[in-house]
Design a protein. Structure first.
Length: 448
């Protein structure tokens, strides 16, 4: 089907009399994001070993299998007694280990360990440091309250309590709690399988030495790393190469084994852009082409047999921004996570002189100083530049028609790499003394 006749799916807004809609160009980012999320569904569930589940997304409600602790337990190492008065009394020390159903008689005590069973009629547990054992008897140096140093059944969690809900991300704490209930596996959403294709002319593998007309592929390693950071799997990474006769077949084979394809390069505006021509050749159904953002105003999206294809600029800066605002929400949504990261407000520490135009995203570095977020516009903001990748952990989101950015003004910021360095200063100044851990932090940082 010629590109000029490409249509949207019928469930999109604004369908024509034939139940289809003509391809729209240069749409707002919000509309593009909505179309991408509406085009996909959360992936199916699978069970994975508990020890391999960190970072995965819970797909079913998980509950406590029983009370925790399941029965009364000692909270300290010491001696269990059933008598009300303990000070000034010698208790005969039982030699038998505590077992279910054991009862203490008057004037008897037994040794217990932290987290271990206690006799059924135990009134309190006295720590070892408050006890003295002589010739099979134990005496205590202080009085204790009823129930002191005892954990009751279900004190921590009652059986049936919900400990994880769908959409929760598995962390070390949840793994520990589930292990306490004997879970061997956990139900999670499948990780998205993502394909990456570099379509630009003269692109070669980054490991190779380029000829004068060639460029190393830095976008594929970037995208692979970002996909994996967002919980996806880079299932196929390819470069179109010089010989394009088999490209259509290669792309359809790739699409057959992935959930999402990200194409970088070949998106420059025009009737016969290489990326759009490729989508036309394989029979993909276009969703949109062109989004009102900078850098990278020519991304597009299409569907091929329910597989989503997102086309990003081959310029490095535009590729990075395009991934974060278009592809990353899809990767998150496919695995059951909220697609969009909330913005924060921050004080910008330097200026940016350009003004006007469409919505703009600046690569930046954010840090928290005391109770204030501060963000620096990184050098190298041209879409073709890589320099701004260095120490980039945030995007400054400037609205369409924005004025020049002045130092000290408040801006809207998207934090990237949330498990990364945003809460730690980038620059640390070593103090004297020779202790490598003894560093003085800039600003008003205090220990947390």
């Amino acid at each position: 089907m010629p590109l000029s006749q490409l249509h949207f799916r019928q469930n999109d807004v604004g369908v024509n009399d034939e139940g289809m809609r003509d391809l729209r160009f240069d749409i707002e980012l919000v509309e593009a994001q909505q179309q991408l999320i509406q085009a996909v569904n959360t992936l199916e569930r699978e069970w994975v070993p508990l020890e391999e589940a960190r970072g995965r997304v819970v797909a079913e409600e998980v509950t406590a299998r029983h009370d925790l602790p399941p029965s009364r337990q000692a909270a300290v190492d010491g001696f269990a007694v059933s008598d009300e008065k303990v000070l000034g009394v010698k208790f005969r020390l039982l030699e038998a280990n505590v077992s279910p159903g054991l009862m203490l008689g008057a004037g008897e005590a037994c040794t217990v360990v932290t987290g271990g069973l206690v006799p059924e009629n135990t009134r309190t547990v006295i720590p070892h440091e408050n006890a003295e054992v002589v010739d099979g008897y134990v005496a205590f140096s202080r009085e204790v309250k009823l129930g002191e140093n005892l954990k009751s059944a279900g004190e921590d969690l009652r059986g049936g309590t919900v400990i994880a809900t769908p959409g929760a991300q598995v962390d070390s704490g949840l793994i520990s709690v589930m292990a306490a209930f004997g879970y061997h596996q956990i139900p999670v959403y499948r990780r998205p399988r993502v394909g990456i294709l570099s379509l630009g002319q003269g692109i070669i593998p980054w490991q190779n030495e380029p000829l004068p007309h060639q460029v190393r592929d830095s976008n594929s390693p970037l995208l692979k790393s970002l996909v994996e950071s967002d919980g996806g799997m880079a299932a196929a990474v390819e470069i179109a190469g010089e010989e394009r006769s088999s490209l259509n077949r290669r792309v359809t084979e790739m699409l057959g084994k992935i959930d999402l394809l990200i194409i970088t390069g070949g998106t420059h505006a025009g009737e016969y852009d290489e990326a759009r021509q490729l989508l036309d050749n394989i029979g993909a159904e276009m969703l949109f082409w062109g989004v009102k953002i900078r850098p990278g105003g020519h991304p597009g999206a299409a569907l091929w047999d329910s597989r989503l294809i997102i086309c990003l600029s081959g310029n490095p800066g535009a590729c990075m921004v395009g991934y974060h605002v278009l592809a990353a929400p899809v990767v998150r949504y496919l695995q059951g996570l909220p697609p969009f990261i909330p913005h924060i407000k921050a004080e910008v520490t330097n200026s940016f002189n350009k003004a006007g135009g469409p919505r703009r995203f600046l690569r930046a570095h954010a840090e928290i100083h005391g109770n204030t977020w501060k963000v620096e516009v990184l050098p190298g903001q041209k879409s073709s530049m890589l320099r701004s990748y260095i120490n980039c952990n945030a995007l400054i989101d400037l609205p369409a028609g924005h004025p020049p950015l002045e130092a000290g003004s408040e801006v809207s910021v998207i934090l990237l790499n949330l498990a990364h360095s945003a809460i730690y200063p980038r620059r640390k100044e070593q103090t004297t003394g020779g202790d490598p851990g003894n560093v003085r932090l800039p600003g008003d940082h205090q220990p947390v």
